[in-house]
Every structure is written in C-alpha cells, then in structure tokens.
Ligand binder design. Structure first.
Ligand code: SF4
Length: 431
C-alpha cells in the first residue's frame, strides 16, 4: 500500500456551511488563516444502542490471529492491549510487516504504537478519527487516525523483530500513544515493560504521548521509573476556549484544560528540562499570536512543542472544515522553530491586528539562513539520533496529503524551499 490520499474534499474558499447554532458560515474568499468563527465542529449524533461501547464487536468470540489490517472486518473482541497494539502504516512498512512505499521517504524513524480496545477511545475530540461518535459507523480497529490506517499487531511480535538488532534498527525512538480508556495507564506500563525487558532504552529511547484525563502524578512517575525518556501531553488545542470546544463540553468529551496542564507540570518536575512537551494542532481557530505564546510558555518552562497542521480528518466532527492555509502554517512553523531552537522570544516578533506574524525578531539575513536550512519545516517531535532539532517522529503525511506537504517528513530540497518561500511570501534571495 502506498501513501494514502484523503478521499473527501475539505471545504475551500467561498464554501458555506451551517454551524451547530444553525448560523451559515462562509469560508472567507482569501483565507490566509483559519478564523475561530469558521472552525466550529459539528455536533456528534446519537449512536444506536447496539453499536455503543464496542457492543457489536464484543458480541463475537473470534480469536485474533496475527496482523489485523484495517477493514479485515474480523470482529475479534480479544484483540486488545496490552497483547495487541496498533501501529502507523509508516511504522508497519518500516518494520517489514506490511508492504508499500512512502512518497519520498525510505522509512520512518519513530515506531508509533497506539493502545487498542474493542470499545475504542471514550473521548470525542472533534478533529480526531478515533473519536467515540464514530462507533456508529466504524469499528475501532478500522478507524483512520491522522490520515492513515493503523494495523493491529501482537506487541510480542513487534518486540521480537526490533530486539534482534536494536543498535542498527531504523527506529530512533518508540512512542506509546495512550487513548481515553479505563485500562490505558496499566496497559501503558505493561507495554513499556515488555519493550524494556528485551530492548535497551539507551539504544531506542521511549516517549509517552499521554492522555492526562485519567492519569495521576504517580502514573507519570511510574512511566519514568519504567524507563521512559520523554513525556508529552497531547494538548492539541492552543487555548482553553478552543480546548473546551473541540475536546471538552462542546463535543460531549471528558477532557479539561486544567487537568492537562496539571499532568504537564507533573511531567516537568519528574522528567526535567527538554524531556517534556505538548502536541499542538495549528489552525483550529486560534490566532498565530495565541499559539506562539503557548510555544513560548512551554519553552520558558523548559519543554518543547510538537506541532501538527490541522487537516480535516475523514469521519471526524471537523471534516467539513478547511485545512490550515499553508501561509498561516508556514509562519507558525518558522516562528515556533525560532522560539524552540534559536532563542528568539515571541515578544521580539510583531503581529498584525488579526494576530498574524509580521516579523520574526531576527535580521533578514539570519531568517534567510533558517529558511534555507529547511529544518524548521520538517515534522516536529521528540528528537532522534541525528540532532536535537530533527525529530525522530516524522509521521509521514499525518497532517497533509503528499501533494501539498505541510510537515516535511524528509529534508526539504531546493524545489521545496522555493515553494515554502512562496507560501511565506518571502521571495527567493538573489545571490
Ligand atoms: S483522546 Fe486522543 S484518541 Fe481519543 S478522541 Fe481525543 S484525540 Fe482522539
């Protein structure tokens, strides 16, 4: 299987749709950012009783066998963590358990694992393909997440393959992504132990992408004690208001901004500087000024931000909304890189009345060098073995189609930089 293209066309300029209050909202004609009013999720509809809580899958008693590819349609209720995990298409191809090629990438450097249960994630985040409301139409094991399918594989098989030669593995890092489920903490500990029993975390370090809603400080400590290297919080929304609208009360989902911050600050104390951080999605209705202030807050605390560009995930409550315009995304990507890795502060930058970046707080020559180096536009995430500002987690095409790349999962070439400069409206320098 090659790169997966999105099947539905997201909204484009000039399109209209009704928001949840019945008000018609028109996507602006020349949007160079996604404004708050436009980015309202639709409301989840009611799930029929016979599809709730994985009932449909759990009514069967078929044992799982080996690798489960999405849409196999085998209703295997025992295919669950910690015995089973899901892994990204890119990780499955790199691991050699699935065929396929990725556009302009040889492999991924991060083995992203996702806990899995027939009941699925119990939260309802508006931008997410794994959200609870989808149980009405798709079994959990078949749901797309960050634009790709996630095959389910026995954890023991994954460990056996990687443990053969961890030092020479293509993977620079492993990451366990938690979801909202009552077993999520315990199973994260078990999966982590299974890994560190056979693989030296010094050879392939482990990150935890946490779900704070059900976590305590002791849980954070336990992941550290079991050998995790970096702890991140999937904050995703950049402001408390947006968080509530997309992950909390607004969509009948249980998450709270304050709880996410509580666990992030626990991680700061327990894991220490440069070993904690937050995932943030750009373009869900926050201003550039707001998201870059959040980036600055994280740096001031000693942490990092890992960014995604909003993409309307098929089947999610935001699949009718426009992807983040590339100019907004590039401005934030560039400014975030300067704050995270070049000691530039958000108060050195300037913003217009709409909160858009007007200047980056460094000289034109320095800015040109950073743009041409291209690293600022690569996928951000926990570091691998190349250098601190190059992420192991390259999530190929997790936030855009390959035809219009948002986060580059490889080093951008000259032709890519030319395109990026156009998107930034910063002309190619004449040398
Ligand atoms: S908690 Fe995570 S996996 Fe669950 S719906 Fe929200 S974003 Fe998706």
């Amino acid at each position: 299987m090659g790169c997966i293209e999105h099947k539905k066309s997201p909204a484009t300029k000039g399109d209209s749709h009704s928001n949840s209050s019945g008000v018609t909202v028109t996507v602006p004609d020349s949007p160079d950012y996604n404004p708050y009013d436009v980015m309202e999720p639709r409301l989840p509809s009611k799930t029929p009783i016979d599809r709730r809580n994985g009932k449909h899958v759990k009514a069967n008693d078929i044992p799982p066998e080996g690798v489960y590819l999405p849409n196999n349609n085998i209703l295997a209720p025992h295919m669950k963590s910690p015995e089973y995990v899901q892994l990204s298409n890119a990780a499955a191809i790199t691991l050699g358990i699935m065929g396929g090629r990725m556009y302009r990438c040889e492999c991924t450097r991060c083995l992203n694992l996702l806990l899995t249960y027939p009941e699925g994630c119990r939260a309802n985040c508006a931008y997410c393909g794994l959200a609870r409301h989808r149980e009405a139409e798709r079994d959990y094991a078949d749901r797309n997440f960050i634009r790709v399918d996630w095959p389910a594989v026995p954890m023991a098989d994954i460990v056996d393959i990687v443990a053969k030669d961890p030092e020479n593995s293509p993977f620079h890092r492993m990451c366990i992504s938690m979801i909202t489920h009552p077993r999520s903490e315990q199973d994260t500990f078990t999966v982590l132990e299974q890994w560190t029993d056979k693989i030296d975390p010094g050879a392939i370090p482990v990150s935890i992408l946490s779900n704070p809603t059900t976590m305590t400080r002791d849980d954070v400590q336990r992941t550290k004690d079991l050998g995790a290297d970096i702890f991140t919080v999937a904050l995703d929304a950049a402001t408390p208001e947006l968080f509530d609208r997309t992950r909390g009360k607004g969509v009948q989902s249980p998450h709270k901004w304050t709880k996410y911050w509580e666990i992030m600050l626990d991680a700061k104390d327990i894991f220490g500087p440069q070993k904690f951080g937050a995932h943030i999605i750009v373009g869900m209705g926050e201003t550039e000024y707001e998201v870059l202030n959040l980036v600055q807050d994280l740096v001031d605390l000693g942490g990092h931000s890992h960014m995604f560009c909003f993409f309307p995930e098929d089947g999610s409550l935001m699949d009718h909304l426009p992807a983040t315009p590339r100019d907004q995304w590039r401005r934030v990507q560039l400014a975030r890189y300067l704050i995270d890795y070049r000691d530039v502060r958000v108060d050195h930058m300037s913003f217009d009345d709409e909160g858009r970046v007007k200047s980056y707080g460094i000289s034109d020559a320095e800015l040109a060098d950073v743009i041409d180096a291209g690293i600022a536009f690569r996928t951000s995430g926990c570091p691998g073995k190349f250098q601190d500002d190059i992420s192991a987690c390259d999530r190929p095409y997790g936030d855009s189609p390959p035809s219009n790349i948002a986060s580059y999962p490889f080093q951008p070439k000259k032709k890519d930089i030319k395109k990026i400069r156009k998107q930034l409206d910063i002309p190619v320098a004449v040398k």
